[in-house]
Write a new protein. Structure first.
Lengths: 167, 124
């Protein structure tokens, strides 16, 4: 499934979205922005296995590098090339892509954990991909606020992470 | 009648902001916050909250230990404690109950579920 941008309804802002926006915008420096991303992804989206991969000019998965991770083995996730190519292709084209973890979880495919690929933009160009490798078992679907949260990360995290100064 | 007071405890600034925002929008409860278990034990003693809503994994003192300490102090023994965690496994929850918590919620927080649970302890 591919997530498309959705607007908040009639001026109503979900508390999760409002808190995420505030936390992200108030972050100071790359380390604090990464911590903000970890908090948003962990507490609000429900994922404790995260990797942030920088992307070269050629947008080739093999040329990407793991910039930061949480809850995964960095040795086994050095580049984006370890992930499903079609999902990555979509992310590198700018789509937020949510899928099920292949071959994981018992029984009904709807019970398999979610995985999300989030393109991170800076000045309109995709400079990184945030991979949420496996969402928590109780988090089996993305709602409208989840989609707005990943759109927020996609649109704003790149500038905060890579501009050198956040203020 | 004075507003009921909730002590929110989490090391994540984001989680504290969300918890506070949900409670301020949907309830009349007053919020005080702490960022780890040690601070929570002190604040519970000083502020006499009507309920403690506390994360489990935190630096300095985790939620399980803070829960145990609150149960050992006369001033905080009877305060309802709801633990918040990413882990929903039965044995993990059981460990929380062994430490004296009253209830459990799994993250990510669902605002409606949270408010209903708090109202079941504190009323509207």
């Amino acid at each position: 499934m591919t997530a498309s941008p959705q607007k908040a309804r009639d001026g109503y802002t979900d508390p999760r979205l409002e808190a995420a926006r505030k936390r992200l915008r108030e972050s100071v420096g790359q380390a604090d922005t990464l911590e903000a991303i970890r908090e948003i992804v962990g507490n609000l989206l429900g994922c404790e296995e995260i990797g942030l991969f920088t992307v070269g000019q050629a947008n080739e998965p093999g040329q990407s590098g793991l910039l930061w991770s949480f809850g995964i083995d960095p040795q086994q996730h050095g580049t984006l090339a370890v992930f499903d190519r079609s999902a990555l292709h979509r992310a590198l084209q700018g789509e937020i892509h949510v899928t099920r973890v292949p071959g994981d979880g018992p029984g009904n495919p709807g019970n398999q954990p979610l995985r999300a690929f989030i393109p991170i933009r800076r000045n309109g160009r995709i400079v990184a991909v945030l991979v949420m490798l496996r969402l928590l078992p109780q988090k089996l679907a993305f709602d409208e606020t989840d989609i707005n949260l990943v759109n927020l990360l996609s649109d704003e995290a790149g500038r905060l992470l890579f501009d050198g100064s956040t203020k | 009648m004075a507003a009921k007071k909730i002590l929110l405890v989490d090391d994540s600034k984001t989680a504290l902001m969300v918890g506070r925002s949900i409670l301020e929008r949907r309830t009349t409860y007053q919020c005080v916050t702490a960022s780890d278990g040690l601070e929570a034990v002190t604040k519970a003693n000083d502020e006499h909250p009507d309920l403690v809503l506390m994360d489990v994994v935190m630096p300095r003192m985790n939620g399980f230990e803070a829960c145990k300490r609150m149960r050992q102090q006369d001033s905080t023994r009877e305060i309802p404690i709801v633990l918040l965690t990413t882990r929903g496994e039965e044995n993990y929850m059981e460990a929380g109950f062994q430490c004296g918590c009253n209830d459990y919620l799994t993250k990510p927080i669902n605002g409606e579920e949270l408010v209903k649970l708090l109202q079941s302890y504190l009323g509207e």
